[in-house]
Design a protein around this ligand. Structure first.
Ligand code: NAI
Ligand code: MG
Length: 484
């Protein structure tokens, strides 16, 4: 099915503009989360392949790619976006099969990837320095220059979106990238590299080395030729990445997920909020860094919100990605084990509602019933820890002060939203909530490509997306000329 959509051999690495066998000649299994079946093999890249990729990136910077003008770089990225659109159906099927996400959600990721390429294609020639008034006889200006070789270690939950925001911004600013996609889902990363090649991206400007985290990933993190690392994934690996980057003293951007809340006040438009309250929890089977896993509801509307959310949960249908239902499988047996563990820890809680498996949900698929827990205490582990599955907790609160304390009362700080008709309250909370993005009377899990995104606390640091990302992926140089 989806493997027939591939136009390249997924057991190869993409290095220096060409498909190459991993040096150690090893492969990893490729599994379909919807039924657990083995469907092929991918490359198991190692340190030797990372080495080749970094050398290719350095050569690209010294060659055609490094000499390319900003407008021409932008054209290449824009053309890549056009090719992504032309291959949209194919890419969506590949991603649905590889990640297990319902087709419509995979298609949304394709559209986001195309938008990133359009956005960063258009932005490539708009990043500029400034002049600075200084001492008599001087002219001072700043230059925005690429870091050099950027390393990108990405997870399996939104491969295309994360490639778009991270690799797109890095290439727009003239870096040469080495991408290590997740071992669970690397197909669209390889497809993207090939589309960029077709769009005219010079050899070596983007290299993709699939492989395991503790092999290819660790080798990329510690490689002395890498000048910047951008990582999205777990807190534990984020710590390793930051420690590894410290050895070579290079900047890192870490996006490590969260425990994002939506705050629903008595004066909120409940019916407008409802789809956002539920979708932001179950989208991509809850495997979303900015999933709204905590729903905080003021006492006056608590019963009403809970009843309406429960009705929606009961109507959720869970099944294979290509059936395009509300919720697909989790990525792996291991992730299902983690989420099942949380459900067991929630055995003492009130279950307000569960979604339903469709009859056709294959036995080997990694399915979990979407579960809505009610009346949860803010310090319960299900209200504190990232679950990364289709599970939400509903927490009651009395007033704004308590809502804020609960909202800010986890180790994370990625996204938050406020549902209220009170404009002054919206402004207060927008300032006080610990989050890199705050949504007022909406919730954009991840938001648009234009919107800077990132966290604080255990959610990480640095900002990706939007124009802001271009600052992070470039280095500022000050030039002071004395001319008397
Ligand atoms: P992970 O952090 O292990 O994997 C993310 C990426 O890091 C993958 O490409 C992996 O190969 C790489 N990696 C793993 N170990 C590495 C190492 N030592 N050095 C360099 N790279 C390494 O995440 P995993 O195990 O797939 O998921 C575990 C949990 O992490 C999830 O349950 C979820 O809570 C969180 N997570 C958060 C994500 C987010 O969007 N912020 C995405 C994926 C996972
Ligand atoms: Mg891992």
């Amino acid at each position: 099915m989806a493997l027939e959509d591939l136009w390249f051999n997924p057991a190869l690495c993409f290095i220096n503009g060409a498909w190459v066998t991993p040096e150690a000649g090893q492969t990893l299994g490729l599994s379909n989360p919807s039924d657990g079946s083995d469907i092929g093999e991918i490359a198991r890249g190692t340190a030797a392949d990372i080495d080749r990729a970094v050398l290719a990136a350095e050569a690209a910077l010294a060659g055609e790619w490094g000499r390319m003008s900003a407008p021409e770089r932008g054209r290449v990225l824009s053309r890549t976006g056009q090719l992504v659109l032309e291959h949209a159906d194919r890419l969506a099927r590949i991603e649905a099969m590889d990640v297990g996400k319902p087709l419509k959600q995979a298609m949304a990721d394709v559209m986001a990837l195309a938008r990133y390429m359009e956005f960063y294609g258009g932005a490539a020639d708009k990043l500029h320095g400034s002049t600075i008034p200084y001492l008599d006889g001087y002219t001072v200006y700043t230059l925005r220059q690429p870091h050099g070789v950027t390393g990108h270690i990405i997870p399996w939950n939104y491969p295309m979106q994360i490639i778009g925001r991270s690799v797109g911004a890095a290439l727009a600013t003239g870096n040469a990238a080495v991408l290590k996609p997740a071992e669970q889902a690397c197909l669209t990363a390889l497809a993207f590299a090939d589309l960029a090649r077709q769009a005219g991206l010079p050899a070596g400007a983007l290299n993709v080395v699939p492989g395991l985290g503790n092999e290819a990933g660790a080798a990329l993190t510690s490689h002395p030729g890498v000048n910047h690392i951008s990582f999205t994934g777990s807190v534990g690996v984020g710590r390793l990445i930051q420690a590894g980057a410290a050895q070579n003293v290079v900047p890192v951007t870490l996006e490590l997920g969260g425990k994002s809340p939506q705050l629903v006040f008595d004066d909120a438009d409940i019916d407008a909020a409802l789809p956002f309250l539920v979708n932001a929890g179950i989208q991509n089977a809850g495997q979303t860094c900015s999933a709204a896993s905590r729903i905080l509801v003021q006492r006056g509307v608590y019963d009403q919100v809970l009843a309406k959310m429960a009705a929606r949960y009961s109507a959720l249908r869970v099944g294979p990605a290509l059936q395009d239902l509300d919720v697909g499988p989790l990525i792996s047996a291991r992730q299902k084990q983690v989420v099942d563990g949380f459900l067991t820890r929630g055995a003492d809680l009130e279950v307000a509602a569960r979604g339903q498996f469709v009859a056709e949900a294959p036995i080997g698929g990694h399915y979990v019933a979407p579960t809505l827990f009610a009346g949860v205490s803010p310090d319960h582990s299900l209200a504190q820890e990232e679950i990364f599955g289709p599970v939400q907790v509903v927490i009651p609160f009395e007033d704004e002060a308590e809502a804020l304390a609960i909202a800010n009362g986890t180790a994370y700080g990625l996204v938050a939203s406020v549902w209220s008709a009170d404009g002054a309250r919206q402004m207060r909370l927008a300032r006080q909530l610990r989050a890199g993005q705050v949504f007022l009377n909406n919730y954009g899990a991840g938001g648009g490509v234009e919107l800077p995104f990132g966290g604080s606390g255990l959610s990480g640091h640095g900002r990706e997306k939007g124009f802001e990302a271009l600052y992070g992926f470039s280095s500022l140089k000050t030039v002071a000329a004395f001319h008397g």
